[in-house]
Write a protein that binds this ligand. Structure first.
Ligand code: DGI
Ligand code: FE
Ligand code: FE
Ligand code: FE
Length: 184
């Protein structure tokens, strides 16, 4: 799908701040794809769609997920986790994206998971290290993102888990499985 068409649609659905984040993630993801011999076009499509459901009404998002047989466990966790699988559904149903790797990158961009593909890692790392992100550890993660993807991913998911545990919020099983997979 033409990036310009997706961008037009994003502007209708997202706040200006969120839209700008998506553009920065997209540039970061394309650069990571280029460095790692992965399809730049796939990285661009996955990144453009990744937060498309971020500003969606919570009840509508829940309804959409239920209609598409999402894992009921999701609803026992914070609604922050819902926009990722909802985004994958929207990309497929409304925009005709069929590439499973792209859809999985969108679906797992918030939690990560075990056995992530290169594209999935690229989107996760890009989302976390885009130039607008500002937390104490981000510069180290940016440096690591210039090296092997699995090593950068290990540090990113460790940072996420540390952050969640520091806040004493529940950690979704996919996030824990992701951590276990990458530290092994
Ligand atoms: O949508 P973004 O803000 O660009 O970033 P994101 O989709 O990676 O993360 C959204 C939020 O989800 C972020 O505040 C961290 C949180 N999160 C990630 N993994 C988990 C989680 N929250 C809980 N409760 N459990 C998780 O496993
Ligand atoms: Fe997100
Ligand atoms: Fe993220
Ligand atoms: Fe994001």
């Amino acid at each position: 799908m033409e990036p310009a068409k997706i961008i037009e649609e994003l502007q209708k659905r997202l706040s200006m701040q969120r839209f700008q984040h998506v553009l920065r993630v997209t540039e970061t993801a394309k650069s990571l794809a280029n460095m790692n011999g992965e399809s730049i076009e796939s990285a661009e499509t996955a990144a453009l769609f990744h937060d498309i459901a971020k500003n969606m009404d919570t009840d509508k998002m829940k309804e959409l997920l239920k209609r598409h047989d999402a894992d009921p466990l999701l609803f026992k966790f914070h609604k922050e986790l819902w926009h990722a699988p909802a985004g994958a559904i929207i990309a497929r149903e409304e925009f005709g994206i069929q590439d499973e790797d792209i859809l999985n990158a969108i679906r797992f961009h918030t939690t990560g998971r075990a056995h992530m593909s290169k594209l999935e890692m690229i989107l996760y790392i890009a989302d976390m290290t885009e130039p607008g992100r500002d937390f104490p550890e981000v510069d180290e993660l940016r440096l690591l993102s210039e090296g092997p993807l699995d090593q950068a991913m290990r540090s990113c998911i460790t940072q996420t888990l540390n952050h969640l545990i520091g806040k004493q919020v529940p950690v979704y099983p996919d996030s824990i499985e992701c951590y276990n997979y990458f530290v092994k």
